[in-house]
Design a protein around this ligand. Structure first.
Ligand code: ADP
Length: 591
């Protein structure tokens, strides 16, 4: 995309956002731009008048008036600008929060499989850095536009003054300096971009290491297995080439910077001073005009340089911020269906095959299965046989390779995504409990205390919660409340079960839901399975095969396919079946 198009896209994306979130910012910036250029003219014109008076009439009253006006106008401009720049700092932070929220919302809504995709992760990393680090975020656009307006007004004003004095050669010398500046700034910006682009993946990895150390939960393993040495060594190894590349980049940058400074001083400062002094010496201009022109040239130079810098900075910021816009405009694969779903009755997989993105091996191959309304089906199989993957497909986390999933006989893709999600409740094997209150974890923002306590009872967590001083308002760990409790894995698993029960979905999926529970709590849950789950269609995974006895049907996954199917009694009749072997090998420990 060319630079102009990119700038247009950036402006079209961010300007309405600012207009919507903080329109007052725009007013502030216009006033600042006008005051900024006014300040330049105050510094050009007042000293000239004062020197003229000093070398001419020397009228004290006129001198006092000039000095007071000079001081007052200057102070007033600085005073107002000071207030405004503090205010726009405050308001732009608010816009920054809006940007962060947009990014969070996007990640919450993006297709799940993207979260595992390294390209998506890099995009998020570039978008974050592009907004927060490499550019000044939303403030960059505002600041650059403000600077642009200020520079343009000043440049035209000063050119007017110089033309009026007829010192054309000075303008030519300035122009040469400006062109040289333009070329050098372009080179510097290009270097910056190349460098930042080449390091996106490195930064993401460095962040992983930092995240590992700051993830306090990781410290049990880190301490027992001397993770400090392993993590820090790997970090050091990884950082070494990054920093040596950094060093080279900065040397290159510094060399260009020195050339730029020499050109600026030579052309726009020394040469113009020589020319103007010569003009004054010959009597072509007065001392007052010499002073005015010299400061005019300085201002012109600064503002031209400012203008170049502003355009280049904005153009480069647009390049960085483009990643944020790309992220925001990324289309989801799912969520296209529009069909309403009132109730999940049957779930059917037809010729479903699946392999993870970037993998060669099929995890599921040609799966055909059907779960009828209110049926309780168990899915068993060895580690890695694809049970959790099958659940993830039912959760619409990944697009299918081939085949289709039918809900009530209709392709799942046709249904409204949110509608479907509302009707499915899952307890994942690696469940996540957020560091908020127990109530928030289970009931989300809902306030039905009776239902909450009923779910806690069914998940065997009632006694636990009733014994807590703050009951359901107790926080899980201490991130948000210093009285929070570090619950055990089993206790948290009970909350995860209660959360699924509270959701009251038509289709309940349980992936090793009792793996962390003590035998008593586990037995209670299975013994009262029908009361716990209620009248729901259920798919259930457990390595404790005794829990499958009560299911209506058992499916055995083996070698990416469903190899056996039947009730417990039916499957036990075949002594060569995998189910028989798994069941008897476990049962013998209980005999
Ligand atoms: P199960 O639940 O039966 O133990 P899974 O469904 O979790 O097995 O995993 C099936 C296979 O897919 C395993 O070999 C596992 O390593 C692989 N796998 C699981 N998740 C991913 C993933 N996100 N990307 C690549 N491979 C995966």
């Amino acid at each position: 995309m060319n630079k102009l198009k990119r700038m247009k896209r950036n402006f079209k994306f961010f300007f309405p956002l600012i207009l919507k979130t903080q329109p007052i910012l725009i007013l502030f910036l216009i006033i600042e731009a006008l005051l900024g250029s006014a300040s330049n003219f105050v510094w050009i014109l007042f000293p000239k008048e004062i020197i003229e008076e000093l070398t001419g009439n020397r009228d004290v009253k006129t001198l006092i008036i000039l000095i007071v006006c000079f001081a007052v106008s200057n102070s007033l401009i600085n005073f107002i600008n000071g207030i405004l720049s503090n205010a726009d700092n405050y308001y732009s932070r608010k816009v920054d929060f809006a940007i962060d929220k947009m990014m969070n919302d996007k990640i919450m809504l993006v297709d799940y499989f993207q979260l595992e995709n390294p390209e998506f992760k890099d995009l998020v990393s570039r978008a974050k850095k592009g907004m927060n680090e490499y550019s000044n975020g939303i403030y960059s656009m505002l600041w650059n536009i403000q600077a642009f307006v200020r520079n343009i007004i000043t440049i035209f004003g000063v050119i007017g003054i110089v033309i009026f004095s007829k010192e054309y050669l000075v303008v030519v010398i300035c122009a040469v300096g400006i062109v040289a500046n333009w070329l050098i700034t372009s080179k510097q910006k290009k270097l910056d971009k190349e460098f930042n682009d080449s390091f996106t993946r490195s930064w993401r990895r460095i962040n992983y290491y930092n995240g590992t150390i700051f993830g306090f939960k990781n410290h049990k393993e880190l301490r027992i297995y001397n993770g400090k040495r392993m993590v820090l060594n790997t970090c050091d190894e990884f950082n070494k080439p990054v920093f040596s590349k950094y060093k080279k980049q900065y040397h290159k940058y510094a060399r260009i910077d020195i050339v730029e400074r020499i050109i600026t001083i030579l052309f726009t400062k020394a040469l113009t001073l020589i020319l103007l002094t010569y003009s004054c010496y010959k009597g072509n201009i007065t001392l007052a005009t010499l002073t005015m022109l010299y400061s005019s040239i300085g201002t012109l130079d600064n503002n031209f340089y400012g203008l170049i810098y502003t355009i280049k900075t904005y153009s480069q910021d647009c390049e960085y911020q483009e990643e944020f816009i790309n992220l925001m405009e990324l289309q989801n694969v799912f969520r296209k269906g529009k069909e309403k779903l009132d109730k999940i009755e049957t779930i059917e997989l037809k010729n479903v095959s699946f392999k993870y993105p970037g993998q060669e091996k099929y995890v599921l191959k040609d799966i055909n299965m059907k779960i009828n309304s209110l049926e309780k089906v168990s899915l068993v199989g060895l580690n890695g046989s694809g049970k959790t993957t099958l659940i993830k497909l039912l959760c619409r986390f990944y697009p299918l390779e081939t085949g289709e999933i039918l809900i009530n006989g209709r392709d799942i893709e046709e249904y409204d995504y949110n509608d479907y999600m509302k009707k499915i409740a899952v307890v994942f094997q690696d469940f996540f409990i957020i560091s908020f209150s127990i109530k928030s974890n289970i009931a989300n923002c809902d306030e039905n205390k009776e239902k909450l306590y009923d779910c806690l009872r069914r998940a065997q967590a009632l006694e636990l919660v009733e014994g807590l001083e703050k009951k359901e308002n107790t926080y899980v760990n201490k991130w948000f409340d210093k009285t929070g409790i570090e619950f055990s894995g089993g206790e948290k698993q009970k909350f995860a079960i209660a959360r699924a029960l509270y959701k009251d979905g038509d289709f309940v999926v349980l992936d090793e839901p009792t793996s962390a529970l003590d035998p008593m709590a586990e037995a209670e849950i299975y013994y009262h399975f029908n009361d716990v789950i209620g009248k729901k269609t259920t798919l259930f995974i457990s390595h404790r095969l005794s829990s499958c006895i009560f299911s209506d049907r058992i499916l055995v996954l083996d070698g990416a396919q469903i190899k056996e199917e039947g009730t417990h009694l039916e499957l036990m009749k075949n002594k060569d079946s995998l189910y028989y072997k798994m069941f008897t090998s476990q049962a013998k420990y209980y005999e």
